[in-house]
Design a protein around this ligand. Sequence first.
Ligand SMILES: Cc1ncc(COP(=O)(O)O)c(C=O)c1O
Ligand SMILES: N[C@@H](CCCC[NH3+])C(=O)O
Length: 441
Amino acid sequence: MTSTRPDPTLQTLLNNHPNLSYEGDRGLVMDGTSLTDLATQHDTPCWVISADTLRRRARALQDAFRARDLPVHCHFAVKAQDHQACLTVLAQCGFGADVVSGGELRRALAAGIRARDIVFSGIGKTDKELELAIRHQIGQINVESVEELHRLDALARKMQQRARIAFRVNPDIDAQTHSKITTGRAEDKFGIAHDAIPALYRKTMTDMPGVELVGLAVHLGSQMVTEGPFRKGYERIAALVRTLRENGMSVTDIDCGGGLGIPYRDEQAPPPSMLADVIADTLGDLGVRLHVEPGRWLAAPSGVLLGRVIDVKEAARRFVIIDAGMNDLVRPAMYDSWHGILPLRTPEDTTGGDVVDVVGPICESSDIFARQRHLPPLKKGDLIALLDAGAYGTVMSSTYNSRPLAAQVMIDGQRQALIRRRQTLDELLAQETIPDWLTTP
Ligand SMILES: Cc1ncc(COP(=O)(O)O)c(C=O)c1O
Ligand SMILES: N[C@@H](CCCC[NH3+])C(=O)O
């Protein structure tokens, strides 16, 4: 967020977001729907997600693999956006799911995703969660450690079942992204060290009747915008597959993970065709079933967070205080991440503007959405959109400062629906009980 790079112009932001445009009195329009109308109808803060954009991006990703004749099964990373309506859209596009908890597994099944199209990743799966996965005979469990492998094998045998598994490999490669969303270095908690895989693979095939080991999985990190780490990671996996096969072990499935980034600011984020090319180059000739687990690339540009200016405070800086906070969208506070901000009213002048800090109402100094940003003039009562909020937005929000979870609206062509009503304070309070001994003398 704090950087000397110049801010992209409003026009650059619009070019990077073809689903957004200004239409005179209707102001900022997303896939045909006036965001001002939605903010007026549903109040702010309010999340808006476009089913159209989600579908378009899902198809673009599938087309990129199809164009290269790659047999890739796409699993949406539910952690990025877990709303049932979004999962339904993606299920209808033929997507499976990548889940990381029993809760996400239940969500994927409830949205109509077939158990066999579900992959279960995650570093700390409890026995209960593993049992749920085994009971539903899901497509694949990505095992993250020897310890988990032993638990899973014992559980499956006890249940007289066989769990389909892959080993998540830690290839010790730097994804060249934010350190907090990097997962494939040796010091990261994820996966099994790549040099430990061959011995463990053999032992599993011979000594563990509770599991059916089908292959390998890798996920290097998120918001990756360079080709190099993808290529290096998949080359390492391909080399492992060859070693395993030379030693008589069977590998039928490779899960390439997620990670494809987007241009939040001015990043030269590569398109899905880059990913398809790299997978084709590195893994295409192995004759395996391929899987990917994208989250952000599909969902982030499909959603915005709408907020309203509470006050413009003139102090050492000009602070534009909005009614959305880090409890709604935590990414800027957590990763110093940069989100585009557009006024909903059509700006008279798209070149000028004020240099402001856009901040939320939370009592934390990190509750800042933009520092020293050039924005068209904003005044009390104005509405704004925070862009690329469709992934890792709603799912990471909290009720910090006793702020109820915001409303969420889905738009789809001419249609719109409130898909999550705003939480009420009564609902927040209703979850709590006061022990009798505190109130009875
Ligand atoms: C195992 C796994 N798969 C997929 C994803 C989705 O990543 P992204 O949203 O960057 O595509 C993640 C999150 O980084 C993950 O940990
Ligand atoms: N929550 C992160 C992404 C984490 C990906 C999880 N493996 C973000 O908002 O960028």
